[in-house]
Design a protein around this ligand. Sequence first.
Ligand code: NAD
Length: 477
Amino acid sequence: MNPDAQLFVAGRWRPAEDGATAPVYNPATEEEIGRHAVASVGDLDEAVEAAARAFPGWRAIGPLERSRLMRRAAGLVRDRAAAIASIMTAEQGKPVAEAEREIRNSADIIEWFAEEGRRAYGRVIPSRSPDVMQTVLEEPIGIVAGFSPWNFPIAQAARKIAAALAAGCPIILKGPEDTPACCAAFVAAFAEAGIPEGVVSLFFGDPATISDHLIAHPGVRKISFTGSTTVGKLLAAKAGAHMKRCTMELGGHAPAIVCDDADLDVALKTLAMAKFRNAGQVCIAPTRFLVQHRVYDAFLDMFIGTAKDIRVGNGADPASAMGPLAHGRRLEAMESLLADGLKHGGVAELGGQRVGNKGHFFAPTVVTGLARDARLMNEEPFGPVALFAPFNDLEEAIAEANRLPYGLAAYAFTRSAAVAHKLSSAIETGMLSINHHGMSLPEVPHGGIKDSGYGSEGGLEALKGYMTFKFVTHAVG
Ligand code: NAD
């Protein structure tokens, strides 16, 4: 059993005010392994009041002290990585080594933002008159409402909490209801590191109730959401109605272009890892494998050879390379997408169905021959499915890559500097990784364009998302 996940409000772990709870299941066994509190609107109001009390102090202690406290939290997270990883695997499914890597990376994220928060310099703009001083001050935007998902229950929470705190903002986080206990264990490290009461709060409950209330609440100034494009559009519309700033990190359908001059071994190693880690439930996972004709058959064979050897099993077993999907909704979605794909010309060269009849396991899957109007070619699968299609020339690959309204991540493999240069400007995407996988580091921008959202969850751009810019002009004469 995992620990039950309570709410963290005004510096205190406690049940919901009306005592409501909901079950949490292990996706590998389908057994109930714990419960989480279900917040009411009264609980949320208490958190906003606590955050409003905490904001002036958190802002005033300044970046050096904030950084010191955040670094202490990162240290606690790192010390507890193994223990938190086993909680994460039990509720999310990913192999325990993968969970532990995510937690260590999250400690890196906290540390990077802790340092970058010390460099919010603002700027001085040379004035037209010697008697006038013009400055731009960077200030914390205020109370943040964050919504983090279940696929990376700690890394996605880390990005929001760390950037908000480093900027000087309190944050009220709605954690993932499917994977609450590991997120709570992560937030506990901030409390124990001495982050003042009310600066970080954690909630679980009915997502729509929580987002409706917090987005409309006059005390909240900024919304940060990671999840599906459908929900992101709803929340962004509500935020617009209340003139709240947003960061929206939404879905993708990443193209991976493999040219005939590419190092196929590098492409295989990189793309197979990126496709099947976390059972494909990754917003930047490669999905449409666009492979140039001359190497299409060879690369497809290589990819199937690697994918079929992936050992699928309970993530708690160290021998498992890929765990189950995180919940039954994903399994149903995969089965429905595959059934539609097979009706639209698709051939499952590998996998295509669930594994066993207990747990939400789905086989590593490779599909060829899909018509452009198959749902799989248009909807984010968010599962271990690679869609292969051949292309003749680069223009054709670029047109297919840009066909969808998504624009989150893209991959390309080529030995030609000219082709790489052309793709760098032609692909409509927030992130492009050429000849390796180099995305999602704390220090680099992480976000999309088009229907994949706006704003960034990484790098300097993320920090600026939690700040306002005040222009001050001062006549000193
Ligand atoms: P979903 O759309 O119901 O939920 C996605 C996330 O949004 C969850 O964390 C959920 O708690 C939250 N959510 C849902 N409705 C909300 C609301 N009204 N207010 C606030 N938060 C809300 O779908 P799901 O079955 O959980 O996940 C499926 C889809 O979500 C996937 O296909 C994928 O596209 C997307 N997703 C994306 C990411 C990402 O990293 N960008 C992460 C998780 C899920």
